[in-house]
Design a binder for this molecule. Structure first.
Ligand code: 9G3
Length: 573
């Protein structure tokens, strides 16, 4: 491809609204352009990378025996009513009416569509297991699209749906997808971690992993063990429970003491020289309209996903001051577990092992000291209701937990029969018994992978694409397009390389060398071959975008090295 005719408009500066480095660089390097908030055009350079990621996804999915198909983006609203999800999703689900006033949704995901297809087309267990996938544009009207392709309103997803006739089959399919995802993300060059995750609204019969690309811009926090392969999204991460070995129960009664306007943990610890670990914090929530108390150690935070799952609640939010006052008899900041009545009190298990602590007195401007869990208040509902903290003990080994930020690039779910029962997708088993198909679903954010790679692989001059998904393998740069000797060698190499299947971007623009090298660093093609003064002796300058070192090679040597680098990335499958 000749750069003089190629649509790759580079920019000196990124627009102010671009915050994430991947967003800035993909705009500046001419990979994407925004059409509307969260809606992007992939320019030719960006489209080439997107197709490379798709190809890797396709190869690894096909290798597992999954079958590719393509479902529509226009989904009849009736399907979402039938599955009961029509009401679950709000403005994020883009709905519209066709010319006959029939209501449709633009597909954010395709559980309803694929399950309906299977209900209509498959009846016998002999046809299972079946794993169907597509690579297709999804629509989700995010309230705040941002960070370029990381959180768009229209994005490319590979979504797969598996159908088994028994649970063992689902387990097998699930882990074959898990392994395929590991191969896919390895081949794209991503630094990623599979983590245990919470199944969230999609529900399903348990079992879900997210594939997280490590990056500070990532919205998720993951807890990773320093010693074993335990890793979990913070929503789900657990720590080894506090040591419940012998604990001396503090003697004496709990007693009230005056704490005028001391509402927060910090105010209390400052005023009384105690540590957050010595405090017993009581939060009042409202779960599906019911007030509930959550009791935690002072240095811990409530994990609302764990609380919601424990209560099997749909909605959970912190109670407002009025509710808190009604339930505890005191304003927020003075709530405590002693004497609470009429509401469920969830006590985190780390409180259960405290010998005593300071808690709110359920009276304005008063706290209680020497409160003994299980003595001064009952521990009826004990469980894990907190976020783990860095340094906590790993639940699996003697290691400790470390936090990282992650970008979710993949997610595998065991769905079970949640959709197949609702939509009537069933098979007759060997005994002629009707069995709802047992499903799994598996997503990869294909367009999001581009941003994740750039977040992980760039320097101050621009993007550094891995060979496996780079828009081109080689950036061929003649220093002066007016120099016949240089252009002769350049055209020779251009023809030779393309003749052996190497993808070359030839910078044939009549620009100063500095401009060409700056653009080359920005675009990030992994291998750069410069034709300059040594063209007369048939020698070129060879440099990898990922390294500083330059090599003075003959044309032949350069071709040799290029083929070797391309072959290596294929081997890293
Ligand atoms: C919606 C809207 C947004 C959504 C969903 C539905 C996320 C929704 C979860 C999934 C689960 C899996 C198959 C591929 C892998 C992920 N956001 N989810 O169901 F209507 Cl507006 O999409 N689906």
């Amino acid at each position: 491809m000749r750069q003089s005719t190629f649509l790759a408009p580079t920019l000196r500066e990124a627009p102010a609204e671009a915050e994430a480095i991947s967003h800035k660089l993909m705009l500046r390097a001419g990979f994407i352009r925004q059409l509307a908030a969260g809606v992007y055009t992939y320019l030719p350079m960006g489209w080439r990378v997107l197709r490379k990621v798709e190809t890797i996804v396709r190869e690894e999915m096909d290798r597992t025996g999954a079958q590719e198909l393509l479902m529509p983006a226009m989904q009849p609203a009736e399907l979402w009513q039938e599955s009961g999800r029509y009401q679950v999703y709000g403005p994020e689900l883009i709905r519209f009416h066709d010319r006959h006033e029939r209501e449709f949704a633009l597909g954010p995901t395709h559980e309803e569509v694929i399950t309906t297809l299977m209900r209509n087309e498959v009846r016998s267990y002999r046809k299972l297991p079946m794993n169907l996938y597509q690579i297709q544009t999804k629509f989700r009207d995010e309230r705040r699209p941002r960070f370029g392709l990381l959180r768009g309103r229209e994005f490319l997803m590979k979504d797969a749906y598996s159908f088994d006739s028994d649970w063992e089959g689902l387990d097998k399919t699930y882990w074959s997808m898990y392994d395929a995802y590991s191969r896919i993300f390895t081949r794209t060059g991503l630094n990623f971690r599979p983590v245990e995750a919470d199944a969230g609204a999609i529900g399903g019969e348990g079992g879900t992993h997210e594939f997280m690309a490590l990056a500070d811009i990532g919205e998720d926090t993951i807890a990773v063990c320093t010693s074993c392969d335990y890793a979990a999204n913070l929503e789900k991460a657990e720590a080894a429970p506090g040591k419940t070995e012998y604990r001396e129960v503090a003697a004496g009664e709990h007693e009230k003491f005056h704490t005028p306007n001391l509402r927060t943990i910090d105010q209390l610890t400052e005023s009384f020289g105690v540590k957050p670990q010595d405090l017993i914090k009581t939060l009042i929530y409202v779960a599906d309209g019911q007030p509930v108390a959550v009791v935690l150690r002072g240095d811990h935070e409530a994990n609302e996903v764990k609380v919601k799952n424990y209560l099997d609640a749909t909605d959970l939010e912190l109670a407002d001051p009025e509710t808190t006052a009604k339930v505890t008899g005191a304003p927020i900041g003075f709530a405590g577990p002693v004497g609470l009545s009429g509401i469920q009190v969830l006590v985190d298990r780390e409180v259960g092992v405290m010998s005593s602590g300071i808690a709110g007195a359920n009276e304005k401007d008063y706290h209680l000291r020497n409160v003994k869990p299980g003595v001064d208040f009952p521990i009826e509902f004990s469980g894990d209701f907190r976020n783990v903290i860095e340094g906590d003990h790993c639940p699996r080994c003697e290691g400790t937990l470390k936090f990282y930020r992650g970008i979710e690039v993949g997610h595998v779910f065991k769905l079970g029969t949640k959709y197949s029962e609702k939509l009537g997708a069933a098979v007759l088993d060997a005994n002629g018994q009707e069995q709802a198909m047992i499903m799994g679903c598996y997503g990869i954010g294909v367009s999001r992978v581009l941003s994740a790679i750039v977040e992980q692989s760039h320097d101050e001059n621009g993007i550094i694409w891995p060979v496996s998904i780079a828009p081109f393998h080689v950036h061929l740069i003649p220093v002066s397009v007016k120099d016949e000797t240089q252009m002769k060698l350049t055209e020779d190499l251009y023809d030779r390389l393309r003749g052996i299947g190497v993808e070359v971007l030839l910078d044939d623009r009549d620009e100063r060398p500095g401009v060409k090298f700056k653009d080359a660093d920005l675009i990030g093609i992994p291998i750069r071959v410069t034709i300059g003064k040594q063209a007369g002796e048939g020698r070129v300058e060879f440099k990898l975008r990922s390294e500083q070192e330059m090599f003075d090679l003959t044309g032949e040597e350069a071709i040799e090295r290029i083929l070797q680098l391309i072959q290596e990335q294929r081997v890293s499958k």
